[in-house]
Design a protein around this ligand. Structure first.
Ligand SMILES: Cc1cc2nc3c(=O)[nH]c(=O)nc-3n(C[C@H](O)[C@H](O)[C@H](O)COP(=O)(O)OP(=O)(O)OC[C@H]3O[C@@H](n4cnc5c(N)ncnc54)[C@H](O)[C@@H]3O)c2cc1C
Length: 453
């Protein structure tokens, strides 16, 4: 049997500028590309028309076609529990090594630990690489060596680190430019002859896995220079398409963070700042995995949430009587997307006006967002609830009316998503803003006092 190196794709679904794949192709053994539809994740998805599963399936089909037509190779796609799948592969192939890109979520780290153990019992090395972020936690540290928990100093050090190492790269026209070493691409095409030659391998259909296609449209993976150039001026207005909508592509790695961050550095510092937030929350989850189930600041775990199921339902359906909140929730329910400004407003409303546990909202967003990412979603929710790293202090309660006046003053966004707004069919506000604000302040104060008692 021919010895092979396996490259295991996870959230890095591209055949260009892929750190782990590049290393595997340079390893000397032919590379068998692998993807596992993970039942540990898929079994928990309630919606069998989940757009993210269709997106994954389509992306993998395209990658498989490219591997077959351009490289005489294929993509091995399995459906099952990762460790069981790896065990089966050990019987089917003579595996020299397994290569993959690192994932920083608690479940992924546990899974990879088990994979490493299994492989090492069989004398097979498991090589992992940084690909999903520009900097991992330990690369952006304070002077005392600890990791940051506050964004602004983190972002300063993040930017300074770019200058540590500078590389000269050649573009497709043969022109050389200097770029930060950390943005350097990991070219795959140059080593593509090392993909394992194989006949096309059949892949499971969506139906085989119990899923169905969806009508939800996936945002494009390309974005115009103009949009990024104007990002700082348009990003806060939900009625205009002033943000990139690249979230789902960053999530599944269908675009390279290195390439986008490099462009951002040239075109728009505010856009780059958002990509730094992404690294920031990724390292928070990596270093403080308790945030996945508890408050980053433990004293916020003492807040007594009201958790009224009927009120939660009205929020989910976009029927709160607060038009900016309802527009956001309906945008999310219809498209799988919600504008960042409105994510902040709806999250603040749920946690502070309704006093519903941020974890309920976080779970709802996780179900609906195309770009759902545990680290950023958790970071956003804990920010809104006041329990997070750079949290909005609890006494600052977003006023949905003034947010609307500032960011949707002509009601354009609201009218797009709440057509009955302004008619009798639109509900009255489900809570009075002033009362809800006072109630929130009292509840938070009591909760925080309990932790000090
Ligand atoms: C309550 C709440 C929940 C959120 N949940 C998620 C989530 O599940 N997944 C997610 O990627 N982002 C999340 N965000 C952050 C942000 O809202 C989205 O990244 C952004 O709206 C996605 O739209 P875009 O691709 O057009 O972003 P752009 O504004 O074009 O930004 C470009 C990219 O930068 C990153 N980014 C932007 N803002 C942030 C941020 N505040 N934190 C971390 N990364 C950021 C994303 O990868 C984004 O795609 C959440 C924010 C809040 C307040």
């Amino acid at each position: 049997m021919q010895k092979v190196s396996v490259f295991w794709f996870r959230r890095d679904l591209r055949l260009e500028d892929n750190a782990g794949l590049h290393a595997a192709l340079k390893s000397g053994n032919p590379v068998l590309p692998l993807f596992i539809f993970d039942r540990e994740i898929l079994d928990d998805l309630e919606d069998k028309k989940d757009a993210r599963v269709s997106f994954l399936h389509n992306t993998l089909r395209e990658m498989k076609e490219a591997l077959e037509t351009e490289h005489g190779s294929s993509l091995l796609v399995r459906y099952g529990y990762p460790i069981e799948v790896l065990k089966a592969l050990l019987q089917e192939y003579d595996i020299a090594a397994v290569y993959t890109n690192r994932d920083y979520e608690p479940y992924a780290k546990e899974r990879d630990g088990l994979a490493e153990e299994l492989l090492s019992q069989n004398g097979i090395p498991f090589h992992t690489f940084k690909d999903h972020v520009i900097f991992e936690a330990e690369e952006v540290c304070k002077k005392d060596g600890g990791t940051y928990t506050v964004f602004t100093p983190y972002s300063r050090t993040w930017r300074a680190r770019l200058q540590d190492r500078v590389s000269t790269v050649e573009d497709e026209n043969g022109q050389t430019t200097e770029i930060s070493y950390y943005f350097e691409p990991h070219p795959v095409k140059a080593h593509a002859q090392n993909f394992l030659k194989s006949e096309p391998i059949p892949m499971p259909s969506l139906a085989d896995m119990g899923f169905e296609p969806t009508d939800i449209e996936i945002p494009s993976a390309t974005v115009s220079r103009g949009l990024i150039k104007n990002y700082d001026k348009t990003r806060d207005i939900p009625s205009v398409k002033g943000t990139s909508r690249l979230g789902i592509h960053f999530r599944f790695g269908t675009i390279s963070i290195r390439e986008k961050a490099r462009r951002a550095l040239q075109l728009n510092q505010t856009f780059l700042n958002e990509l730094i937030w992404r690294d920031f929350y990724s390292q928070i989850l990596d270093q403080h995995p308790h945030v996945a189930s508890r408050s980053f600041r433990p004293k916020y775990d003492h807040i007594e949430w009201r958790n009224d199921p009927a009120e939660f339902q009205r929020w989910c359906e976009g029927k709160t009587g607060y038009p900016i909140v309802d527009a956001g929730m309906r945008e999310l329910n219809t498209t799988g997307y919600m504008h960042n400004r409105v994510r902040m407003i709806t999250a603040s409303f749920l946690t502070k006006h309704l006093l519903i546990d941020w974890r309920w909202g976080e779970a709802y967003f996780a179900k609906k967002l195309l770009d759902f990412d545990l680290a950023s979603n958790n970071g956003g929710w804990q920010w809104a609830a006041g329990s997070g790293t750079d949290a909005a202090p609890y006494f600052r309660v977003f006023n949905p009316y003034s947010q609307q006046k500032k960011f949707d003053k002509d009601f354009k966004y609201i009218k797009q998503w709440v057509p009955e707004f302004g008619t009798d069919a639109y509900p009255q506000p489900m809570v009075d803003h002033k009362m809800a604000r006072e109630r929130c302040l009292t509840t938070y104060k009591e909760g925080l006092a309990k932790s000090e008692a």
